[in-house]
Design a binder for this molecule. Structure first.
Ligand code: GLN
Length: 295
């Protein structure tokens, strides 16, 4: 009798539950199942990684077990973990995220790094993040420039989506950033405004490729933020075509691109009069960011 009780309790330890979660997620086809199991437990226990290590042999109370299992089961349907947990890290900051808005990607950090690099000698900057989603690009650019002593910049984030605008505003407040949020279909609200820097991670997946994306993305993230029309280049054409009217002299345009879009986007920039056009690769060695200068 006693040994059975012990056995039952063993299944309720933080460690055993994490093992169960990791195996279940793995079976459901979730790649980083061990990491995700750990993140879910840290979320349920509201604790840091070192605290989790200390708690690993503890027996979890029934309410927390139920909460933990509910999250794991939801994640097994491939519903994105970032939406469940309500936030994700980007450039060292914690951005709120929720359904209806594209989840910030690690790869997009390359865009922010490139924008920071190209503008580092500028004392002050006016910048626009078009198709901002959560606001992760514009907000982290402003926060990092500010940390580096450039605290007179004027940064604006814009998006067409109500969901994105609402969330970007929440992120500005959460991170105490000095960034304006404007609802705009590309440049429509900026008719007479120009900037020193325009950054964008527009929708760039060709429509017919959307069904090939991971289930997590395809079934749960907004297609409005992914679908770049027939060839995926619709928004690059529009942005690159109109950017010269909204860039100051010696201004920069910095764009995230799909792995096979570098040549097409470079050509569009060339034709629009940009020079010093460069393409940077991501950590997987894939083309990821194209940027250029308008002299
Ligand atoms: N990189 C994203 C993905 O593959 C797409 C982002 C975008 O369309 N801007 O899911």
């Amino acid at each position: 009798m006693e040994s059975k009780e012990v056995n039952k309790d063993e299944k309720k330890t933080v460690f055993a539950l994490m093992k169960w979660a990791s195996d279940s997620l793995n079976l459901a086809g979730i790649e980083d199942s061990a990491f995700e199991s750990r993140d879910i437990m840290m979320f349920v226990l509201d604790c840091s990684m070192p605290e989790l290590l200390i708690k690993k042999s503890q027996i979890l109370d029934e309410i927390s077990i139920a909460r933990f299992k509910k999250i794991v089961k939801k994640r097994m349907t491939h519903y994105p973990l970032q939406y469940i947990l309500g936030s994700t890290g980007f450039m060292g900051f914690d951005f709120k995220c929720r359904e209806g808005v594209l989840i910030p990607r690690f790869d997009t950090e390359n865009l922010v790094v490139e924008a920071l690099e190209r503008t580092k000698s500028r004392k002050t900057i006016t910048a626009l993040d078009l198709c901002c989603g959560t606001g992760c690009i514009g907000i982290s650019y402003e926060l990092l420039r500010s940390e580096a002593g450039h605290d007179d910049d004027q940064v604006t984030c814009a998006d067409i989506s109500d969901f994105a605008i609402g969330l970007a505003k929440e992120n500005v407040e959460k991170l105490n950033a000095s960034v304006d949020i404007v609802q705009s279909d590309l440049f429509t609200q900026f008719e007479d405004t120009s900037f020193d820097l325009i950054m964008s991670n527009p929708p760039y997946i060709p429509t017919r490729e959307i069904f090939k994306l991971m289930k997590d993305v395809r079934d749960f993230e907004p297609h409005l933020a992914l679908d770049g029309d027939q060839d995926g280049l619709k928004f690059y054409r529009q942005i690159i075509d109109e950017a010269p009217d909204h860039l100051n002299k010696n201004g920069y345009l910095v764009l995230e691109i799909g792995y096979d879009q570098a040549t097409a986007v470079e050509n569009l920039m060339h034709r629009a009069g940009f020079s010093q056009i460069v393409c940077k690769k991501d950590l997987n060695g894939l083309d990821r960011v194209v940027s250029g200068k308008l002299m």
